[in-house]
Design a protein. Structure first.
Length: 452
């Protein structure tokens, strides 16, 4: 029989398990005295502490510099807005005093410095039209305004992807040069309708009527506004589908999350399903692919899919038929794939989250920043604000870089996405973005909502 030995050091019985911990603590505590020079020297400890303090001081300095820069930018923006309001007030005073040309000059100065389609923009354009009506004779149309109209018409005739959007940009300049130009608003609204910019088209048709209420075509323009209101409502219902959905027919709910996005007017459910919305009905195609099973390749297929959306827009049910196969193998060798027939499939999806700003963005990498001339800038690069969505309505455009959200820096797209997703629907948030080297603020109402 083997005898259990007992070793003792400083009176501790090491044969007992609980004493090992105590022994270890004592060894660590006495190590500096037992082995001088084995641990870091006092100089090394002090150097490490000094380096830590320097890092913390640098981080505080950088944070303070960012805060001061944001504060300076905010003060500059407030000063700019105050100056614009003062110019508008001067225009109102001049109009009341009958100094119509002076009023017109002031109003046009305001329009060059305010966000298009904002309340102030619409208000000042109406003020311009009133001033021009009060003049003995309307001012001549600037040659530049006519040039922009013709350029817009030429881009429509040229056709191609984005031709209506390109034409609208030209015609926007025409009504900036001549904000009283009724036909300019009509032409602009017409191409915006074709481009799917229904909310903007409505506003420009309204300005057309305001500028020329006695036109023989006034009734037709008003009818067009009513038609566009329906199109806008339908577009917003489509936007309200965008976000995250869960498939109720899948037992593994943690892995069956579907993102619903929009591209070229088509609704994409995940990467496989593409549908169009027709009222509450859905019609499209489902691309079904299968994994390789024991080296057996099952053919993919693109099958029709139909479905319906619930009245509140928070659930949908999809139906389709797909091919059922039998796979045979021996060891790792596929011996055959046989078609057994058709099987009915169903997906019941419920919405878990809705898009907040309703836009596509990507991380602004250092390489991408250099290619755009934005060295040192971090943020989320806007790829596409969805038409009639919150970002689109707030004036955010493709190519803008989101650098702050509610005053907090956006270092990358993931941070931006997480912050936006955590914002309650219907909240008004301040988004700071960079365009052409300048910073701008936009107030965005989150979530697709029926607002004009």
């Amino acid at each position: 029989m083997m005898k259990k030995s007992r070793f003792s050091w400083t009176g501790i019985d090491l044969s007992r398990p609980c004493t090992f911990l105590v022994a270890g603590i004592l060894v660590i505590a006495l190590a500096p005295f037992m082995c001088p020079g084995c641990g870091p020297t006092n100089e090394e400890i002090m150097a490490r502490e000094q380096a830590r303090l320097q890092r913390e001081a640098q981080a505080r300095a950088e944070a303070e510099a960012r805060r001061q820069a944001e504060e300076a930018r905010r003060h500059a923006e407030e000063s700019r807005l105050a100056r614009i309001r003062a110019v508008e007030t001067a225009g109102d005073d001049a109009a009341r005093q009958g100094e119509l040309e002076k009023a017109l000059d002031n109003y046009q100065e305001v329009l060059k410095n305010v966000q298009r389609y904002s309340e102030q923009d619409q208000r000042v354009r109406q003020a311009v039209i009133k001033v021009v009506r009060a003049m003995p004779a309307p001012p001549p149309l600037p040659e530049s305004a006519m040039r922009y109209v013709v350029r817009g018409e030429a881009k429509v005739k040229a056709g191609g992807t984005g031709s209506y959007e390109a034409a609208a940009e030209e015609m926007e300049q025409a009504v900036l040069e001549a904000p009283w130009f009724a036909d300019g608003y009509f032409n602009l609204a017409t191409v915006q309708d074709k481009a799917g910019r229904f909310g903007r088209a409505i506003r420009n048709f309204q300005l057309c009527l305001f500028a020329d209420p006695q036109s023989r075509g006034a009734a037709a323009v008003q009818a067009k506004i009513y038609e566009l209101e329906v199109k806008q409502e339908e577009a917003i219902k489509t936007l309200q589908l965008l976000g995250g959905w869960r498939n109720l027919d899948n037992a593994n709910k943690n892995t069956n999350f579907w993102g619903v996005t929009l591209k070229d007017g088509k609704i994409y459910i995940g990467d496989e399903i593409q549908v169009e919305r027709k009222g509450r009905a859905l019609e499209g195609f489902f691309l079904i692919t299968w994994p390789t099973i024991h080296n057996c390749n099952i053919p993919s297929e693109r099958v029709p899919i139909t479905g319906t959306i619930s009245e509140d827009g928070t659930s949908m049910e999809l139906h389709y038929e797909y091919s059922n196969y039998q796979v045979n193998w021996q060891g790792q060798v596929c011996t055959g794939v046989a078609l057994l027939g058709k099987v009915s499939g169903r997906k019941r999806l419920v919405q878990e989250s809705r898009c907040r700003l309703c836009m596509d963005a990507e991380n602004l990498t250092p390489e991408k920043a250099r290619s755009l001339g934005l060295q040192g800038i971090k943020g989320a690069l806007v790829l596409e604000p969805y038409k009639e969505g919150p970002a689109d309505k707030a004036g955010i455009r493709q190519g803008d870089v989101i650098v702050a959200y509610q005053g907090k820096e956006i270092p990358d797209d993931a941070t931006f996405s997480n912050m936006a997703s955590a914002t309650p629907l219907g909240s008004e948030v301040r988004v700071t973005f960079m365009r052409a080297g300048k910073l701008y603020d936009a107030v965005v109402k989150t979530g697709a909502a029926l607002t004009r």
